[in-house]
Structures are given as C-alpha cells and as structure tokens.
Design a protein around this ligand. Structure first.
Ligand code: NAD
Length: 473
C-alpha cells in the first residue's frame, strides 16, 4: 500500500495470479478498514497545501507522470498482460490511453475558469469560483487496470483534490505500478494514497461513511455501484458512477454487411469481451443477415485464444472461474431455448489452456428477449445476433434495457444515422465507428449505467464545487 508518501507492507498478504495459467505472480498487502481510515486522514491533511498550489504546479506534476508512464509503456503493458490477461498489443494500447488522461488533465488543470455574472443591482457583483470538492475516494475495476485509475486520479489532482484509491483485488500490481509513477513524478506525500485489500467491502464502507471523504468515484458493476451510492447517501457525498453496459450494435440494410461484421468482430472481442462498452446485442436487418453472419463466423473462427504474451493470440483468458461459468450459462441457456450456435460455445482446455480461464470465441444467432444473454451483461467472448425488419422496431428493442452506456450504428443513410443517434438512450454512440472513446471525449452512461462523465472537459467538473460570491460594493 502507499500511504502518506510511503510504501507500506503488512504481515498479511493476498496472492495475485496470472489468469492465463494460474501461476502466482506476486502478493500484495491485505489492507483492512483501519488502513482506509489512515489513508483518508493523510489525504485530508494533504488537501490544504495541494489545493492551494498553483494550477501550473499541479499541471507540471501530471506532465511528469505522463512522461514516466510513456517511458515505461513496454514494462507496464507486460505487467498488465501477466496480471489481467489481455494480449500484449491491447495492453500497450491501454497504457497509452491511460497516459492520455494524465496529459489531458495536465492541460485542463490550467483551464478551471470561473465567471462573473451581471447583477440587476448596480451596487452588486457576482463572482462564480470553482474549487476542489475535497478528499476523493476511488474504487476501480480489473478489466482496464491502469486507464481506469488515471481517468479518476488525473482530473482529481488537476482540480486540487487529494485521493485514496482501492484497486480491484485481481489487479493490484498494475495499481502499484501507477502509484510508483505518481511518487516519482513528485506528487507530495498524502496527495495520492493506495489501499489494497482482498475483501473490498470494509474499505468501501469506510469510503462511504467517513465524513472526511467528500466525493466517491466508482467504476465497476451496477450492483456494487448502487450499494456504494446508497451507503454514501446519508452524508450526501458527491458520487460518480461508471457502471455496467449492454450495448446494442445495430446494422441497417444500407450498410456493407462485410464491413459491419469486421467492425463488430473487433469491438466485441476486445479484451475478450470484458469491456463495459462491449456489444451485447447485435441487431442486423433481415435482408443482410446471412452475409453478415457468414463474415462474422469466418472471422470468429480464425481467432486464437491463449496467453496474451504470444502475439498470435487475440483472445486472452477471462478473469476467473465465476466469469467462465457466467458466460457458459448464458450460452447454454440460449442454445437450449433455440438459438443457433455457429462456433465456440465451450470452455477451452486443450494445449494447457485448462490452467487458465479460457472460453472459445462464440457466435450465436436467433437470440430472443426471453434469453439470459438478451438481458444480462455477458463480459465474455460471445457475439449474440438478433435479426429485425423495421427501423422503428430496432430502436425500441435497443432501448429495452436498464443499461445505457454505449451503442453502435452502422448505416450509410445520414438521416437514419441522425434519427437513431438521437433516439438511442445511451451515453456514447459510435456511428460507423467502433472506438468512440478518447481522453478528450466525455465517457459515461445513462439510466443504470451510471452518473457523471469521465474524460473531456466534463471530467474535471466532477471534482469541482461551484461557489458563488455576491459582493455589495
Ligand atoms: P465489481 O463491481 O465487482 O468490482 C469493481 C470494484 O469494486 C473492484 O475494485 C472491487 O473490489 C470493488 N468492490 C466490489 N464490492 C465492493 C464493496 N462491497 N465495496 C467496495 N468496493 C467493492 O466489478 P468488476 O467485475 O470488477 O468489473 C466489471 C464491471 O465493471 C462490469 O459491469 C463493467 O461493465 C464495469 N465497468 C464499467 C466501466 C465504465 O466506465 N462504465 C468501465 C470498466 C468496467
């Protein structure tokens, strides 16, 4: 753990295993609630000095962190592949994406503007001032174990807040590597603190109930996000929630089915389907469904699963056995209810893959609303295809979910693209685009996918209070 500028070891540790082969790759301090208390106090004590540093000083520290992260891109990527499982190329891309947040918010730190507002009274002046929320408690997931940290830490530090972070128990080594960078970048003691723990619940409870914490930022499942929001509610803490998704991917009949199938094969199987913006229902207009499914099947059949350190593998392991079981349950449920299984549909065990958590890249068609996969987030390498005939029908089908994070549309018809973009109840929509994410663009969900936005201009607002000064002169 890293508290008040110092690395802390404990007698009690928990193991960290490589999900590709089950080998232990490290062990990490198993923190308890009292460590969260100490870390929060350290963050509260560091707040006055950090928040009164000039924006230029805070910006410089973030620039240094960005530079260090890019210098260490190969080592960080390798660590991520070993700890989280994604192929090395994807891990390398994630490190760049993570560093982008440090750079973006190094720049935004200098653009925290207030305003003056004319008053109806000639003897009055209104001054609107932005100031940091205060101590921020952050909880992050394992699927993007570096970028989800910088997406929170960078804007918080830029705004003048101090931070206590608890990473996912599956990927604490990536978090430690990020904090090593923040330490070397010269972020003062107590400004950023890391508490690792095998059991997240006591730490989360302290984050939600300690009155020194003024803001809770969480990325993870909707179920845990709701619980934390409830626990934080009695003190009316500010909360940001980046939660689960169930992205529709809509392919209209005027789109090129081959191009669309290539697009979906790339985004669906990214990170082995373990992404909150992963397509979870692929809607294809009936007249082009055959060509689309044929191309998608050819591409899925070519995907090779295995250890992400081998560049021939594009499909890494799932995070654990629970994830494998969940994916398999959804696939078997769909097949039993009449879905067509085109390829995959089983856990992989040949050539030593049984030592890891590998599931075969899978394509299903004939998916209906009564199947589990139509409703539950899959978080695995399964592409479920649904056919539709009318534009109006597909919009209501796509919106028929409690989630509202990402959606995708493939069409060449501009009016249809605009209509569908405006009608989708999702926070992020890719139009003929499978990667609508960037540090410069607002990321976040509607409905039960979350509250608030990360990245972009909006990202820093989550860590700022608006204060009005009314002056009689
Ligand atoms: P999870 O909710 O189980 O865990 C996320 C984090 O919450 C981990 O750090 C975990 O230790 C912690 N946690 C779990 N129970 C807790 C408790 N009682 N108190 C405090 N902390 C607790 O989710 P996961 O399985 O690790 O991550 C996958 C989920 O995250 C998916 O639903 C995915 O869609 C979502 N996700 C969302 C985004 C986004 O930006 N919207 C990004 C990545 C992942």
């Amino acid at each position: 753990m890293y508290i008040k500028g110092e690395w802390i070891t404990l007698a009690r540790n928990f193991p960290v295993n490589n999900p590709a082969n089950g080998e232990q790759i490290g062990e990490v301090a198993d923190g308890e609630r009292q460590h969260a208390v100490i870390a929060i106090e350290a963050a509260a004590n560091a707040l006055p000095a950090w928040s009164s540093c000039s924006a230029y000083e805070r910006s410089s520290a973030l620039y240094r962190a960005h530079q260090l992260m890019m210098e260490r891109q190969p080592q960080l990527a390798e660590l991520m592949t070993r700890e989280q499982g994604k192929p090395l190329k994807a891990a390398t891309n994630e490190v760049k994406y993570a560093a982008d947040f440090l750079l973006w918010f190094a720049e935004e730190a200098k653009r925290i503007y207030g305003e003056t507002i004319p008053s109806a009274r000639s003897d009055q002046r209104f001054l609107v001032h932005k100031q940091p929320v205060g101590v921020v408690a952050a909880v992050t997931p394992w699927n993007y174990p570096i970028s989800m940290l910088t997406r929170k830490i960078a804007p918080a530090l830029a705004a003048g807040c101090t931070v206590v972070l608890k990473p996912a128990e599956a990927t604490p080594l990536c978090a430690i590597a990020v904090f090593e960078i923040l330490h070397e970048a010269g972020i003062p003691a107590g400004v950023v603190n890391l508490v690792t723990a095998a059991d997240p619940a006591p730490i989360g409870l302290e984050f939600c109930t300690n009155p020194l914490v003024r803001k809770l930022t969480f990325t993870g499942s909707t179920a845990v996000g709701k619980k934390l929001a409830q626990d934080a509610a009695p003190q009316l803490k500010r909360v940001s929630m980046e939660l689960g998704g169930h992205a529709p991917f809509i392919v209209f009949d005027d789109a090129d089915p081959v191009h669309a199938a290539k697009g979906v094969s790339l985004v669906k199987f990214l990170n082995t389907g373990q992404a909150c913006i992963s397509p979870n229902r692929i809607f294809v207009q009936d007249s082009i469904a055959t060509a689309f499914i044929e191309t998608l099947q050819q591409r899925v059949e070519k995907m090779r699963a295995g250890d992400g350190m081998d560049p021939a593998n594009s499909i890494g392991p799932l995070v654990n056995q629970v994830a494998v079981d969940k994916v398999d349950r959804q696939v078997q449920d769909a097949v039993a209810a009449g879905a067509t299984l085109h390829c995959g549909g089983k856990r992989l065990s040949e050539d030593g893959l049984d030592k890891g958590y590998f599931y075969a890249p899978t394509l299903l068609s004939g998916i209906r609303p009564d199947m589990l996969i139509y409703r539950e987030e899959t978080f695995g390498p399964v592409a479920p295809v649904i056919t539709f005939s009318e534009e109006d029908d597909v919009l209501s089908m796509a919106n028929d979910t409690s989630y509202g994070l990402a959606a995708y549309i493939y069409t060449q018809n501009l009016s249809r693209a605009v209509r569908t973009f405006e009608g989708l109840q999702f926070g992020i929509v890719g139009i003929n685009d499978i990667n609508p994410t960037s540090a410069a663009a607002p990321f976040g969900g509607m409905k039960e996918s979350g509250l608030g936005r990360e990245g972009a201009r909006e990202g820093i607002e989550e860590y700022l209070e608006t204060k009005l000064g009314g002056f009689s002169i």
